[in-house]
Design a protein around this ligand. Structure first.
Ligand SMILES: [Zn+2]
Length: 158
């Protein structure tokens, strides 16, 4: 009997069971493909007569080649990653919102006659935060355009 490492050139060894007729077979990849396609066991049995398979052999092999379980696990991993990514975006948007609100408040308190440079710096920061938010969130409806107009007017007046 060949040992596991001989079997595992193309497949991780944990997926191969040396006692399994199908895992040992040279038709392994082809049979796995048929299982993915959901072909009936009888078709697999008929197609590979040299293996002398029965339904139990195939049923058992599906535990070695459990693509459904692997698929569910992969889906869960991706879902988890998506949620982590979404949380990160929410945090970024919240931070940007807070920055925009703070800058807006501050911009209103500055006398443009006395502190034109401060107004410009603050308004620029606010504008960058607004632009960043739009980059992250797409062209969502918010007061950004209003603030932008306000900023442009303030700069024009100088
Ligand atoms: Zn197997």
């Amino acid at each position: 009997m060949r040992n596991l490492s001989d079997e595992s050139d193309d497949y991780p060894s944990r997926l191969i069971d040396a006692r399994c007729k199908i895992c040992k077979s040279e038709h392994l990849a082809e049979i796995n493909q048929m299982l993915i396609e959901g072909r009936p066991y009888s078709e697999i049995i008929t197609k590979f007569p040299d293996l002398k398979l029965n339904k139990n052999n195939i049923y058992r092999h599906k535990r070695h080649f459990n693509f459904i379980k692997a698929g569910v696990e992969k889906y869960e991993r991706i879902k988890q990653q998506l949620e982590e990514g979404a949380d990160k975006v929410v945090d970024e948007l919240k931070t940007l919102d807070a920055t925009i609100a703070r800058m807006e408040k501050y911009v209103m308190s500055i006398d443009p006659e006395k502190k034109p440079r401060s107004l410009e710096v603050v308004a620029n920061t606010m504008l960058r935060a607004i632009k960043l938010k739009h980059e992250i969130a797409g062209n969502i409806d918010d007061p950004a355009s209003k603030l932008l107009a306000m900023f442009e007017e303030a700069v024009k007046e100088e």
